[in-house]
Design a protein around this ligand. Structure first.
Ligand code: FES
Length: 165
């Protein structure tokens, strides 16, 4: 996937002007319909204003209860969020695209060389935007599309978006 496509799927910084948005700002501004969405099975990443502020990249924790007909899953997890050149946010899964271990923070010495996330299982390395830069991971970290409702940012944690290498 090209960087441009990747950006278009990410959260735009001013999309919070709309009650609900799953579209980049430009598209959302054209399609002026506001709608409500059931976010009860989505994970909240907190207020947009808070997500957009502070240091980047950042780690954001979530907890979500996902119900189906018979069971309720209580999931705790986290995502990585970074601000891109155009001001939009990218929300990334920490799940390594090699075999599914969790990619954590790289050592400071590696970060100085552009490696932001490191997967200990087999030495996978990713940059601050989740691009795979070394080791066995075949593609960048997956991302999440976001929904903004009443100023809160939500993601569907069971529906990450794959990016191409
Ligand atoms: S599972 Fe991450 S490098 Fe293999």
């Amino acid at each position: 996937m090209q960087r441009r496509e990747f950006i278009s799927k990410s959260l735009k910084s001013t999309a919070g002007l709309f009650a609900v948005s799953v579209l980049p700002l430009g598209l959302a501004a054209c399609g002026s319909k506001e709608k409500t969405m059931d976010t009860s099975t989505m994970a909240s990443l907190g207020p947009l204003a808070k997500l957009e502020s502070g240091e980047f990249p950042k780690k954001v924790q979530y907890n979500v209860k996902i119900k189906d007909a018979w069971t309720t899953q209580d999931l705790d997890g986290f995502v990585y969020v970074n601000k891109q050149e155009d001001g939009s946010l990218i929300i990334m899964s920490p799940t390594c695209t090699h075999l599914g271990c969790t990619a954590g923070d790289a050592e400071v010495s590696s970060q100085e060389k552009g490696v932001r996330y490191f997967c200990k299982c087999h030495g996978g390395e990713y940059d601050e935007f989740g691009k795979n830069v070394s080791g066995p991971p075949p593609r960048p970290l997956d991302t999440f599309e976001s929904v903004i409702q009443d100023g809160e940012v939500y993601i569907s944690v069971l529906s990450p978006v794959k990016r191409e290498a």
